[in-house]
Design a protein around this ligand. Structure first.
Ligand SMILES: [Zn+2]
Length: 126
């Protein structure tokens, strides 16, 4: 009984192929291989990427969409810049954002204005 259980859990322990969904994956060294589409991947790496995505998912735009480094966003509200008469107009496209910790959780560079911090609630992913 004990032996049967171990065998069964070992057989169902391998995840299906992330490319084609095939369940006939097998282990090859530290990685997994799919015999149907020849895709090779590392489950540990995959878990790491999923974990990283989850952390990035903590910064969300006005619509609740997760933002990531390098994304392009659009400002959804006129934003007055503190200590200046300049305004970041609604509809302004901001390329290559960088997520940072804090109240203004997006670090970016806006054409004609320069480096500044934005709040993710005032943008949406382009
Ligand atoms: Zn496959």
């Amino acid at each position: 009984m004990q032996g049967f259980q171990i065998q069964e859990s070992a057989m169902s322990g391998l995840p299906p192929c992330p490319e084609c969904g095939s369940g006939y994956t097998y282990e090859d060294g530290a990685g997994l291989v799919c015999p149907e589409c020849a895709h090779e991947w590392s489950p540990a790496e995959q878990a790491e990427q999923a974990a990283a995505a989850e952390v990035e998912g903590q910064v969300r735009d006005a619509n609740g969409t997760a933002l990531a480094d390098g994304d392009t966003v659009v400002v959804v509200k006129d934003l007055k810049i503190k200590g200046s008469s300049q305004v970041v107009k609604v509809g302004t496209k901001v390329r290559n954002i960088r997520l940072v910790e804090g109240d203004h959780d997006i670090d970016c560079r806006i054409d004609g204005i320069g480096q500044m911090g934005l709040k993710s609630v005032f943008v949406r992913k382009a």
